[in-house]
Design a protein around this ligand. Structure first.
Ligand code: BDP
Length: 719
């Protein structure tokens, strides 16, 4: 690089440093890939350990790896990191045995890390100290580069680097519920990132940054379109657009998938049926699929929501979910594609407890799906509530690969403004014991395939990403994208550790900051459970948009879209009896689990009203009556949010003013809304309990009529 160029680069770097320093604020665009200069504690060590990068741009993926290393190291070390052909002391060498003679010559345990894993090592190259980032494939190298940079970003000492890592789950995928008009179903972060109208000609640079961020977590797939699907997405005009996105994502190891509307053969194919056993229909899907692969040679496959919430599906023709899934599976099989068939189904007519329906519909088909079908199951049996017991299907389909569906976007947990770190929610589900093969049969072991020997494994997250400058609508919601990706790589990882890693990269490595903020994040999920739906309550959200409390919601098209269906409050008591005297949903769990959930004495407080209808004066473990406990829990939720606000206020010195202020403002909204939730629910349930507010607890601020009168016709995510 000539002198003028260098000078210019220094000036640019200086300006960036000035702009990015705490005084000036950041907008969150860079996510956890900020690559700010390391603190004086480690800077000298880093500068002497890393002096140059040995070039290797043999493929687009390796070129991306090289660019990321240059960008990351230059930022973190605060000096130019030159690219060189040959290694000297302090070299960073990256590649595969095929692309790098140096790596080929080293004896690295690459056989242990499979196709996507990597090895990071401190080694001697030509007698001089160096660091290698090695893998069996180019994408493994890119993942290794991100891991290497993460170590530096979190200020690890890496004198004797020795890491080997491989993903435990094969399909690590985001589900965008994005519509072609750029609205996002349950999206709280602006419009859809996909600017369909300008595609394929204009490729927004954000697409590349999106791919970088995902690759940094090991996410390797993205479903571009909403599960409430539009057949137009499968027409040539849109396939060309999807192909353009796929081209951008490919170097980052991300495959594109699309949602398949089951009635597409009618809507865009001109057929008069979509019956999966009709030869014409089968032919149509085969041809359509072949066409898609012409546009996108590495197309991942289809995600399907069928016969659920009014979506078309095989049952419209008297066929089964297996018939529908297998028809599509046959169409993608020649190309190595897969079908992710969602188990989020509940019938339009069935009067059965909604929590039981997916199990009832799917268990009879265990083992009947083609080998390239995965059944995608939400974490709980109802619908992404602040807390649900694990879905009983996880303990009931040993012959069918089940993949996890988590919701990263916080439809039922305060949208983008509430600070809720979802790590503990995800971890709770993954750690839950299904007992399907005896003790220790955790959900994590089901979905990573180790329990039943599934040949295919996957974890999906409903994305929280949009066009907001900070991507996710709030700074802390970035942590939910982050923790999803890290858990998809390793479902056994500690979400506390992941929170710490994220906080360091996103804000500050200062130990005082990290310890405090991680504690706050870890408490935040329990807080939202407390102030919205404590003690196993669920689905109390307002109708339609799900913004704010609506425990009084009743009537309308179907009972299981109301709150009263779920809480069943009467003068006598509250809760949904799912034991043998009620819907008997507990029987869908293994006997060991059913014995706990179904037993009033043994069920944890967290699930009490999920499984039991309990009198208001029932004596809780705490010694309080159920009514008092309910008031206590609601109040505790609000108190935790107040404490979170105080905590955040105390962290001003560690965070730039712009991001600090936004988080602070959002926490204020959260406190206001937490109180609203508490007061509205207490006012409402008091009309049944008929009991006074226990001593020392505030009465609701307003009357029940006031809370009921609030309307939010334009709340985001409404449809
Ligand atoms: C619910 C959402 C709805 C989705 C549905 C689904 O309210 O918007 O379409 O799930 O997962 O949580 O299909």
């Amino acid at each position: 690089m000539c002198y003028a160029n260098r000078l210019f680069r220094r000036i640019v770097l200086l300006c960036c440093a000035l702009l990015a320093g705490p005084a000036f604020g950041e907008d969150g665009y860079e996510l956890w890939l900020r690559y700010r200069q390391a603190s004086p504690n480690v800077l000298q060590q880093y500068r002497s350990a890393v002096t140059h990068i040995v070039t290797n741009a043999a493929s687009p993926t390796l070129a991306a790896a090289q660019r990321e290393l240059e960008r990351g190291l230059t930022g973190i070390l605060g000096i130019d990191i030159p690219l060189r052909e040959a290694p000297a002391a302090g070299a960073v060498v990256f590649g595969t045995p095929e692309s790098s003679a140096i790596i080929a010559a080293l004896e690295l345990p690459l056989q242990e890390v499979g196709q996507e894993g990597y090895v990071l090592r401190s080694v001697a190259v030509h007698g001089r100290p160096a660091h290698v980032i090695a893998a069996n494939s180019d994408i493994g190298v890119l993942y290794g580069v991100f891991h290497f940079l993460r170590l530096l970003q979190t200020e690890h000492s890496f004198e004797a680097l020795d890491v080997a890592s491989a993903p435990r789950i094969q399909i690590r995928i985001l589900n965008h519920w994005d519509n072609l008009d750029r609205t996002v179903e349950r999206g709280y972060a602006g419009q859809s990132l996909w600017d369909w109208h300008k595609l394929p000609d204009y490729l927004d640079p954000r697409y590349t940054d999106y791919a970088r961020a995902n690759a940094s977590l090991g996410i390797n797939g993205t479903v571009l379109t909403n599960v409430n699907a539009n057949a137009i997405a499968l027409t040539p005009m849109y396939l060309e657009k999807a192909a353009a996105l796929a081209d951008v994502f490919r170097p980052y190891g991300i495959r594109v998938y699309l949602t398949a509307r089951f009635s597409a053969p009618i809507e865009i194919g001109g057929l008069d049926t979509a019956d999966p056993l009709d030869p014409e229909v089968r032919r149509w899907w085969k041809q359509k699929t072949e066409e898609i692969y012409r546009y996108i040679p590495d197309f991942g496959g289809y995600l399907v929501k069928a016969n659920s919430e009014g979506q078309p599906g095989p049952q419209d023709y008297g066929r089964s979910h297996a018939d529908g899934a297998n028809m599509l599976a046959e169409a993608v099989a020649p190309y190595g594609g897969i079908v992710m068939w969602r188990a989020f189904v509940y019938s339009d007519e069935e009067p059965e407890d909604r929590a039981k329906q997916a199990y009832n519909e799917f268990v009879p088909y265990d083992g009947k799906f083609h080998e390239n079908v995965l059944v995608q199951v939400k974490n709980g049996p109802i619908d992404f509530q602040p807390r649900e017991p694990f879905h009983p299907l996880f303990g009931a389909m040993p012959k069918t690969p089940l993949m996890m569906e988590f919701q990263i976007t916080k439809e039922y947990l305060g949208f983008a403004t509430h600070l809720v770190y979802l790590g503990p929610l995800f971890e709770e589900v993954l750690d839950a014991d299904t007992y399907v093969k005896g003790k220790g049969s955790t959900v994590a072991k089901v979905i990573d395939g180790s329990l039943h020997g599934y040949a295919r494994t996957g974890m999906a997250g409903v994305a929280n990403i949009g066009t907001d400058r900070n991507w996710t609508g709030s700074h802390f919601d970035q942590a939910n994208w982050y923790v999803f990706g890290r858990l998809a790589w390793d479902p056994y990882a500690s979400t506390r550790d992941i929170a710490a890693e994220w906080a360091r990269m996103t804000f500050s490595n200062d130990e005082r900051f990290v310890a405090t903020v991680v504690d706050m994040m870890m408490k935040s999920r329990e807080a939202v459970v407390d102030y919205m739906t404590p003690l196993g309550l669920h689905h109390l959200m307002a109708r339609g948009h799900h913004y704010g409390p609506g425990p009084w919601v009743e009537g309308g098209p179907r009972a299981d879209w109301t709150s009263v269906y779920y809480h069943r409050a009467t003068k006598e008591g509250i809760g949904f009896d799912r034991t043998a005297t009620g819907s008997n949903a507990v029987a869908q769990y293994a006997p060991e689990v059913a014995k706990i959930f179904g037993n009033l004495k043994r069920v944890p407080d967290e699930y009490l009203l999920w499984f039991h209808h309990v009198p208001w004066d029932y004596k809780m473990k705490s010694g309080r009556t159920l009514w008092d406990e309910l008031v206590h829990a609601y109040t505790r939720g609000v108190e935790t949010v107040k404490e979170m606000r105080r905590t955040w206020d105390g962290l001003k010195d560690f965070v730039d003013a712009e991001r600090h202020a936004q988080v602070a403002a959002f926490l204020a909204i959260q406190e206001k809304e937490a109180k609203w939730w508490r007061d509205a629910c207490i006012a409402y349930f008091q009309t049944f309990s008929g009991r006074p507010i226990p001593e020392g607890y505030d009465p609701p601020e307003h009357s029940l009529e006031y809370y009921k009168s609030l309307e939010f016709p334009y709340a985001p995510g409404h449809h």
